[in-house]
Design a protein around this ligand. Structure first.
Ligand SMILES: C[S@@+](CC[C@H](N)C(=O)[O-])C[C@H]1O[C@@H](n2cnc3c(N)ncnc32)[C@H](O)[C@@H]1O
Length: 106
C-alpha cells in the first residue's frame, strides 16, 4: 500500500489524464524504496531519462525532500535521434500538469 498521500492523490486523479507509458503499479516499488531511504537517512536528487509528458516524473517528484532536485532528461524536439521512435510530444501536453504540481521545480 502506498503511504505517500500526495502520490496517492496523483495516482487517483491526474495520472489518468497524462499520456505516456507509465503503469501506476510502478509506484508501489518507488514508495517502498523511498521509505527505506528516508528511514535510513539516505538523501539525493532524482533524475529520469525519457520523460515524455512527465507521467512518471510527476510521481517521482513527490519523493523529493526540500533540499533535493529533480532532473528531467529527454531528446525533446530532437526526435530524429530517437532510435526507438517511442514518441515525445511538445511541452504543452505535459506542462499544465507540471504547473499543477508545485513540487516540480523547473
Ligand atoms: C516511452 S516514452 C517515456 C515515457 C515516460 N517515462 C512516462 O512516464 O510516460 C520515451 C521517451 O524517451 C525519450 N528518448 C528516446 N531516446 C532517448 C535518448 N537517447 N535520450 C533521452 N531520451 C530519449 C523520448 O523522447 C520519449 O520522450
Amino acid at each position: 500500500m502506498i503511504t505517500n498521500e500526495k502520490l496517492m492523490h496523483y495516482i487517483g486523479g491526474h495520472f489518468h489524464e497524462i499520456g505516456g507509458a507509465c503503469q501506476k503499479q510502478i509506484f508501489n516499488s518507488v514508495d517502498i524504496v523511498n521509505g527505506f531511504q528516508k528511514d535510513n537517512s539516505i538523501s539525493g536528487s532524482i533524475a529520469e531519462i525519457g520523460v515524455r509528458d512527465g507521467k512518471f516524473l510527476i510521481g517521482l517528484s513527490f519523493m523529493l525532500s526540500s533540499d533535493e532536485k529533480l532532473a528531467a532528461i529527454d531528446l525533446f524536439e530532437k526526435q530524429d535521434l530517437n532510435i526507438y521512435r517511442s514518441g515525445w510530444r511538445p511541452p504543452e501536453h505535459g506542462l499544465p500538469f507540471f504547473r499543477t504540481y508545485k513540487t516540480l521545480r523547473y
